[in-house]
Design a binder for this molecule. Sequence first.
Ligand SMILES: C[S@@+](CC[C@H](N)C(=O)[O-])C[C@H]1O[C@@H](n2cnc3c(N)ncnc32)[C@H](O)[C@@H]1O
Length: 263
Amino acid sequence: MGGRNPRGPLQAGEDIILVDPKGEEHLITLAPGKPIGTHRGNILHDDIIGKPDGSRVWTAQGAEYRVFRPTFNQYILNLKRHAQIIYPKDIGPILLWADVFPGATVLEAGIGWGALSIKLLEAVGPQGRLISYEVREDFAESGKRTVTRFLGECANLEVKVRDVYQGIDDKEVDRIVLDLPEPWRVVPHAREALVPGGILLSYLPSTLQVKQLVDAIEERGGFTAPDVFEVILRPWHVKGQSVRPVQWMFSHSAFLVVSRKIT
Ligand SMILES: C[S@@+](CC[C@H](N)C(=O)[O-])C[C@H]1O[C@@H](n2cnc3c(N)ncnc32)[C@H](O)[C@@H]1O
């Protein structure tokens, strides 16, 4: 079916999250007449279709599962992925620090698995545009598929199979968001493509990359001194008398480097 359908009963063709008794999540597309095999017995898709979001369902052996319409986080984190994605904890801050607004023209590179693209499209809204440069044709296609599977067809998404290091042929771009290994090679092109006051934001796993990018921005000039930070999310365990941070956490994803074009 494709496209978000946030209300009403669960329908054939839409994606659901099936949560097993241990809390494990499984992303499944509802198809009439099919069974879902679990090691606790089968669940029929037909037993889920027509149920409200958040319902309980049972396997033939009586094990209880829950079914939900996937949130963005559930959708992205449960996809079988071939490319590293930007993690949900970083996507909110990216939208805020890049100040992505309704109606904006945003350029991203590359599209990868399309996780960030979904939230960029929601933030620019139908009046805005997202242009995604992706060097790999297969990733351009699969990234776009991931986006349209979640959001439905997006007339304002343009995916270009292009190497952004070679240049940006779009002009009057409000925001540029880079998730690729050598963003310093994009700095001169970004300076040309951005509107005055436009924002360049890069997502980088390693400090050496951060240093190289900051040096390139300062050497090129025409940008404000970059803000550099990382986002740390510390989940807590709250059960009975045990109220404490979880013992194991995901400690590092990437740094954000943000700078504005000045005239
Ligand atoms: C880490 S992935 C992006 C993940 C994406 N932000 C997401 O949230 O799903 C990096 C992507 O950049 C692409 N890429 C690398 N160098 C590029 C270049 N010079 N021009 C365009 N795309 C490039 C890669 O092929 C890959 O798909």
